[in-house]
Design a protein around this ligand. Structure first.
Ligand code: HEM
Length: 285
């Protein structure tokens, strides 16, 4: 006998009876993810429709930055304990996250100069320049600049966090220490260096990486590590470049809300390098 349509719907509802519906004193999806806090944190300061996009793009980028930091810091610990394979896993994840935040620029590019100008004044002096997570990433990768620490003098907890990261060895510092542990003769001034100083290219480090790249089979672990670092720097530069072009597309050559010259400032930072020897060796090999 053929089934009436309603009968089949009732049957499927019966088979769904296992679905949990009583959440008294139980963890729920929203509670676990703190969705109420997250989804009520998009407070526009203007009535302009597109300000929502602007806020969410920044918040999403900051969330991904949080995970990048979590993974890089874990990778630093893995390298320190010679657990290279775990560090590769973590660093590969960093690069995948970077691809996500590079894609973010495509969404932001739908904001036109005419739209942005309507709510730009609401931002006052707020700028990504003050992103402390971005600075923590730079510190973790070895690019140490202390001029930005002043921004946080009224937020002692944050300042403390940044200062700790500022004096700690970076991902590149631990990679160089791994070279020394593998028997390469690394300049003692580099091994015992003050980790708060910006890293400057060194001949002994360059020679060591060159040897690794010329003897891939012998130094497979270090070679893999080096390529993971290059992936990260490459993606970071792509992020910077897309940021620069998106900014140029939206505000042209106006000064930034953070007080810099804007696009010209962003052009200059494209020259900053994190792992100089790993790039230089490509010319020499
Ligand atoms: C309409 C969108 C945007 C505009 C017009 C813009 C503009 C600028 C400008 C002009 C600067 C230079 C500093 C200043 O004077 O403000 C800057 C820096 C920065 N922005 Fe953006 N930005 C935009 C979106 C974003 C987004 C979505 C992020 C993601 C978090 C971001 C992150 C940063 C960071 C981290 C810096 C510091 C770069 C450094 O000092 O190395 N920006 N931005």
């Amino acid at each position: 006998m053929s089934q009436k349509p309603n009968e089949s719907i009732n049957k499927s509802n019966e088979s769904d009876r296992g679905i949990h519906t009583d959440f008294t004193n139980k963890m729920t999806y929203s509670k676990y993810l703190k969705l109420n806090e997250i989804l009520t944190s998009q407070k526009r300061l203007s009535t302009h429709h597109d300000e929502m996009l602007f806020i969410i793009i920044h918040q999403v980028s900051e969330l991904w930055m949080k995970l990048i930091l979590h993974e890089i810091n874990a990778a630093i610990q893995s390298i320190k304990t010679d657990d290279f394979s775990t560090s590769y896993k973590r660093l590969a994840r960093v690069t995948k996250i970077q691809l996500q935040i590079i894609q973010v620029w495509d969404v932001l590019s739908t904001l036109t100069p005419a739209e942005y100008i309507e709510f730009r004044d609401s931002l006052g002096q707020a700028s990504g320049f003050q992103s402390y997570q971005y600075r923590l990433i730079e510190f973790a990768l070895g690019y140490k600049t202390n001029h930005i620490l002043k921004i946080y003098k009224k937020e002692p907890e944050l300042k403390d966090k940044l200062e700790k990261a500022y004096i700690a060895p970076s991902l590149y510092d631990v990679a160089i220490l791994a070279l020394a542990k593998a028997g390469f003769e690394i300049n003692s001034a580099i091994i015992n260096r003050d980790f708060s100083k910006p890293y400057e290219s060194d001949v002994s480090v360059r020679e060591a990486w060159l040897t690794v790249y010329r003897n891939v089979d012998q130094y497979w672990d270090l070679y893999q590590l080096a390529e993971k670092l290059v992936d990260i720097e490459d993606s970071l530069q792509q992020w910077r470049f897309r940021h620069l072009k998106t900014v140029e597309r939206i505000i042209g050559f106006k000064v930034g809300t953070g007080g810099s010259s804007g696009v010209n400032y962003l052009k200059k930072i494209l020259d900053q390098r994190f792992f100089p020897e790993l790039w230089d060796l490509r010319t020499e090999i």
